[in-house]
Ligand binder design. Structure first.
Ligand SMILES: NC(=O)c1ccc[n+]([C@@H]2O[C@H](COP(=O)([O-])OP(=O)(O)OC[C@H]3O[C@@H](n4cnc5c(N)ncnc54)[C@H](O)[C@@H]3O)[C@@H](O)[C@H]2O)c1
Length: 353
């Protein structure tokens, strides 16, 4: 395939980053866009020169000359367009998180397997030098066996409001917006162990009683979540995320291994400091290493280019849906546990044929 021809579904805020990135990638172009909001469609057309516009994405998916679809709809509307696009024989690059509903996330993964097309969830931190460096360190065996992790993504006053706080559009709050980055980073570095049980709690007290922005009192989703995850391989993980809190930090995302520990600070996966830090031992003495001087990377360009490269060359998805599904299973476990007063729930990872 010489050029990957994209159709865009959802021409809102984040689609601009992908339109910009794709405009810079040789062998990729956006040939059509679909949105229920005509003004957003027109704006995208004027800004990015997209030739054809559709009020209904199903009409756009009938076109044989579209190879791939970029799904940038609100989180609770990722599943339907993704499944429709895969069934129409298109590859799909879908914004994060995978979905608001675990059931729909499973359908998305199933549709990817059945269609044989690539489904990639745009978890941009995977393309940062921080996560790449951390993965390189873990894969080199420096940490030994990771037996414990804390996956943390927090903001002090960062409830985004708008469609992000509505059940109908977002479905989930901080867990799906920023927590998913911490979970995905942690699972990626841990080698995607299977979660088997989760206990947790969620809250939106601070948003519902917000003193700094009364509009946030309408928040319908969680602005805080905390979970305890058991994995089949014996590893354990604490998951913490929040959009607002009376605290400066919930701590960094850390990994304890039998040979060394690692802390990563990047973007929403905040720690005390940006960078990758390894805490180890050399001949009985403390031996630590810090990696901080990373060149800035255009993560949207990097992730979209990786997707295009895979599609053009018939390679598997750079971020397979089966991996991302684990983040969804853990988040659903926390939500289900909250509904049971914080008691532990068993979780199951489906197998796909
Ligand atoms: N990767 C990142 O850094 C990042 C940043 C922000 C948002 N996001 C993700 O991107 C997604 C979209 O966020 P956003 O801020 O662009 O939202 P947005 O509300 O600005 O845009 C969503 C667009 O989807 C359209 N839409 C809604 N239902 C539709 C349907 N059935 N068919 C076609 N179009 C439909 C809306 O009209 C709107 O134009 C969310 O899932 C969010 O988590 C990712």
């Amino acid at each position: 395939m010489d050029t990957v021809r994209f159709g865009l579904i959802g021409a809102g805020g984040i689609s601009n980053q992908h339109c910009r990135a794709i405009s810079k990638i040789e062998g990729a172009e956006i040939v059509a866009a679909a949105d229920i909001n005509e003004a957003n469609l027109k704006r995208a057309q004027e800004r990015w020169g997209i030739p054809d516009l559709y009020p209904d994405y199903n009409r756009m998916l009938e076109r044989d000359d579209i190879d791939a679809v970029l799904v940038c709809t609100p989180t609770a509307i990722h599943g339907a367009p993704t499944v429709a696009a895969l069934r129409a024989g298109k590859h799909v690059l879908c914004e994060k998180p995978m979905e608001a509903s675990l059931e729909r996330a499973i359908e998305m993964t199933q549709a990817a397997h059945e269609s044989g097309k690539n489904l990639m969830v745009a978890l941009k931190l995977r393309f940062t030098p921080h996560v790449k460096k951390a993965k390189e360190i873990v894969d080199a065996g420096t940490l030994g066996e990771i037996y414990y992790a804390e996956a943390i993504a927090d903001r002090r006053r960062g409830n985004p409001g708008g469609s992000f706080i509505r059940k109908a559009t977002a479905g989930l709050g901080a867990c799906a917006d920023i927590g998913v980055y911490a979970l995905d980073t942690a699972l990626y570095l841990m080698g995607h162990p299977k979660p088997i049980a989760v206990s947790g709690i969620t809250s939106n007290y601070l948003s519902r009683h917000c003193t700094w922005n009364p509009a946030l009192r309408e928040t319908e989703v969680e602005d805080f979540a905390c979970g305890w995850v058991l994995f089949e391989n014996g590893a354990r993980m604490v998951f913490k995320t929040c959009w607002c809190m009376h605290m400066d930090s919930l701590g960094g995302t850390i990994f304890l291994g039998t040979k060394a520990g690692l802390r990563i600070g990047i973007g929403e996966v905040r720690g005390p400091q940006e960078g990758v830090y390894v805490y180890g031992d050399k001949d009985g003495e403390i031996h630590d290493q810090a990696y901080r001087d990373f060149e800035p990377v255009d993560v949207f360009l990097a992730e979209d280019a990786a997707f295009v490269h895979a599609v053009r060359n018939g390679l598997p998805s750079p971020i397979p849906p089966d991996e991302v599904l684990l983040t969804q299973i853990i988040i659903q476990g926390v939500v289900d546990s909250q509904a049971r007063g914080g008691r532990e729930v068993e979780v199951h990872v489906p197998t796909f044929t």
